[in-house]
Design a protein. Structure first.
Length: 429
């Protein structure tokens, strides 16, 4: 088991608001600990700035820097700020925080969110924001209009009229062929007492196979709406999924374009047919990842996948050395299931101390091994000596959203003898 411990803020951004209710009005910041939890460990929290003023906008009795201790087995700790209502019109103000490891703690590291910002919304003004940073829509073969709905929220002072302007800009989507922007820029008005408003954008089907495309949205205040400020999400992205009438619901995730369309690759990766010596499970093409000549280090793969240092080692309790991975984004609803087929191949003798392995990573926190050199193998007709044969993987999502899925293969202990991973037939059901 690895001795390394990782500390991280649970979020990159926290949001709270001033309040005219009786004190205390507490904003809670959560710090997480992963990796080795067996020992007592400490992390230092530094206050690194921001536009909020101590003792006017917030109060913290412990002062900063602040030491936060974790008992053996403890995974989370919290710190608190008492948010004060200074009754001044200021708009959103911020507190910036940073984690710092303690001197003399060589196995302690900072995780993915080593910094965070606490946004304090002003309750004397109206704060208007997109309800979420990412919205999703899809092309359709149904009669027009195909409308994407985008929600705006208002917090703080709801007693008056408020107005903002919504503007559009091309991401990878193209105005006129992927969406219709005739109604934009658009002014959005909130009546007294109104906390939400919904706007619409018409999505067009251009009949092309393009993958997911994006439209960027931005809020802007206007001169005739005094005491209206922008909230936390003053920009948002609308992701438009491609519609391919020739395929079923999940086939666009696979490789029937004959390349890595919509996938991002790192290392030694190729698209193969049955000429490789293994038949694809879906159509004519399958993806091959190896730990061979063009592989990259495990540190590069962890950075590529957004993993903490040492997480790939932890799957086999040994040193992962080099390999390859592919990743892509998918948008799912709660209850959807990701499925795909995989086949692990190796030139190592099996079973083996040199525990090469294949893995799957999903950005909802899932990371696990698919197979290693201690799995059950058969003779392979490919350029590799042995293979597990195609097996199946499935993962059900508990939350809706956009996630990054990834698969990869790694050498362990040495980088001399290669292994590989074939994947095919990705779908969402």
């Amino acid at each position: 088991m690895s001795s390394e411990t990782f500390f991280s803020f649970s979020q990159a951004i926290y949001t709270t608001s001033e309040s005219d209710q009786p004190y205390p009005n507490l904003a809670t910041i959560t710090i997480t600990r992963t990796g080795n939890l067996d020992n007592y460990s400490e992390i230092e929290v530094l206050l690194t700035g921001g536009s909020a003023t101590e003792d006017s906008d917030y109060y913290n009795p412990f002062g900063y820097p602040q030491m936060v201790g974790f008992q053996p087995g403890e995974k989370t700790q919290t710190i608190e700020f008492d948010i004060l209502d200074d009754r001044e019109i200021e708009g959103t103000e911020t507190i910036n925080l940073k984690l710092q490891t303690m001197a003399g703690s060589p196995d302690t590291f900072i995780g993915q969110n080593g910094k965070t910002t606490l946004n304090i919304l002003d309750n004397e003004v109206a704060n208007i924001s997109f309800a979420q940073p990412v919205y999703t829509a899809s092309e359709s073969d149904q009669p027009s209009p195909n409308l994407a709905k985008i929600t705006l929220t208002r917090t703080g002072n709801l007693d008056d009229y408020s107005k903002v302007e919504v503007m559009l800009a091309d991401g990878s989507a193209t105005e006129g062929s992927d969406y219709n922007s005739v109604a934009y820029p658009q002014f959005v008005t909130f009546e007294p007492g109104q906390a939400t408003q919904t706007i619409e954008l018409e999505i067009l089907n251009d009949g092309k196979i393009e993958g997911t495309e994006t439209v960027n949205l931005q809020l802007q205040t206007i001169l005739d709406s005094q005491n209206t400020f922008l909230g936390v999400h003053d920009t948002a992205t609308l992701k438009i999924s491609d519609f391919d009438p020739s395929s079923d619901s999940g086939s666009e995730l696979s490789f029937e374009t004959g390349d890595f369309t919509d996938w991002t690759v790192l290392g030694d990766t190729n698209i193969e047919t049955s000429n490789f010596g293994v038949n694809p499970t879906d159509g004519n093409y399958q993806a091959l990842l190896t730990s061979g000549y063009s592989s990259v280090s495990d540190l590069q793969l962890e950075a590529f996948l957004g993993l903490n240092h040492g997480e790939l080692d932890s799957l086999i309790s040994k040193n992962a050395t080099e390999g390859s991975a592919i990743k892509r984004e998918i948008t799912v609803e709660a209850g959807d299931t990701l499925e795909f087929n995989w086949n692990f191949l190796t030139n190592e003798g099996t079973p083996n101390y040199y525990n090469d392995f294949a893995f799957v990573s999903i950005s909802d926190g899932y990371l696990d091994k698919l197979a290693d050199t201690n799995s059950t193998f058969n003779f392979s007709n490919s350029s590799f000596n042995e293979e597990t044969g195609y097996g199946s993987f499935s993962h059900q999502f508990t939350n809706s959203g956009t996630f990054t899925i990834a698969v990869g293969v790694l050498d362990a202990v040495d980088s001399i003898v290669d292994s590989a991973l074939l994947v095919d037939n990705f779908s969402i059901v």
